[in-house]
Design a protein around this ligand. Structure first.
Ligand SMILES: Nc1ccn([C@@H]2O[C@H](COP(=O)(O)OP(=O)(O)OP(=O)(O)O)[C@@H](O)[C@H]2O)c(=O)n1
Ligand SMILES: C[C@](O)(CO)[C@H](O)COP(=O)(O)O
Length: 233
């Protein structure tokens, strides 16, 4: 990695509404460890990050009980209303530490199954690229577009040959990502990942094929699946 350091942002300020659990999903446990701790260790232990920033919910009272709270590689800041606000808060918190040309990898706290091989491939593929990109998985199912209305009925079948599912980490230059996210938020452009912000600013991020088992824990049935995946890796 010539002249550019690697930084990690793990947005963890969500409330896990779709999980409908007794705590935010990043604090549910697999093998008696917080999902957030599993995610952070699988990243920090497998790439030479200069530092890590974790945006937390202002109402988060679980963090002090985490393994990561005692890890001096990890800093925290206050997250925002949406995921994009949390990521921008983390970028602002890294001002003065990260240089504009440094790489920032943003990874969902809710994706503990990320594989070290995917992390290495992402970094190696993009380390000299001018823009950056993201881990993604080609769509393997036939996709249907639903008619608008309460009863979902098929409007059409979508050609899936050029469709990919965006995963994380997503890897972009610190200065460019901060500028792109700020522009989206200023313009009220709703985005759900960092690539969308870079695209809104006119870039074409690289799709780096990743494992489809890099699951985002979102709904209750995902927890057992994540446990099974982690047990097999
Ligand atoms: N304001 C927010 C919203 C989400 N996230 C983080 O972004 C990741 C992906 O978001 P998602 O899966 O949507 O998590 P939640 O927003 O917690 O889930 P829900 O939409 O079901 O509430 C999660 O690690 C979540 O903690 C965040 O840091 N700040
Ligand atoms: C960033 C992401 O995981 C890429 O697929 C996804 O956009 C997060 O969406 P969410 O609604 O915030 O879970």
């Amino acid at each position: 990695m010539k002249n550019a350091d690697l930084w990690l942002i793990v947005p963890a300020a969500g409330i896990g509404q779709r999980m409908n659990a007794e705590c935010p999903k990043q604090y549910l446990k697999i093998n008696n460890r917080f999902i957030l701790d599993i995610t952070l260790s699988r990243l920090l232990d497998n790439a030479p990050f200069k530092g890590c920033m974790v945006p937390l919910n202002p109402k988060d009272h679980w963090w002090p009980e985490s393994e990561s709270a005692r890890d001096d590689r990890v800093q925290t800041c206050t997250g925002g209303k949406e995921r994009a606000d949390s990521v921008l808060s983390a970028l602002v918190a890294l001002e003065g530490q990260a240089a504009d040309n440094d790489w920032v990898l943003v990874h969902d706290a809710a994706r503990p199954c990320v594989h070290s091989e995917d992390l290495s491939r992402l970094i190696e593929t993009l380390s000299e690229h001018p823009v950056g990109g993201l881990l993604a998985a080609p769509v393997a199912d036939t996709l249907k577009l639903a008619e608008a209305g309460s009863l979902p009925v098929v409007s059409e079948t979508i050609d899936r040959s050029r469709l990919w599912r965006a995963l994380t980490p997503q890897m972009f230059r610190f200065g460019a990502l901060k500028q792109a996210l700020s522009l989206c938020l200023e313009r009220g452009q709703a985005i759900t990942d960092e690539s969308s912000a870079m695209e809104f600013s006119g870039n074409m991020p690289v799709l780096v094929e990743g494992r489809p088992d890099n699951l985002k824990i979102t709904v209750p049935s995902d927890l057992a699946l994540a446990e099974f995946i982690l047990g097999r890796q």
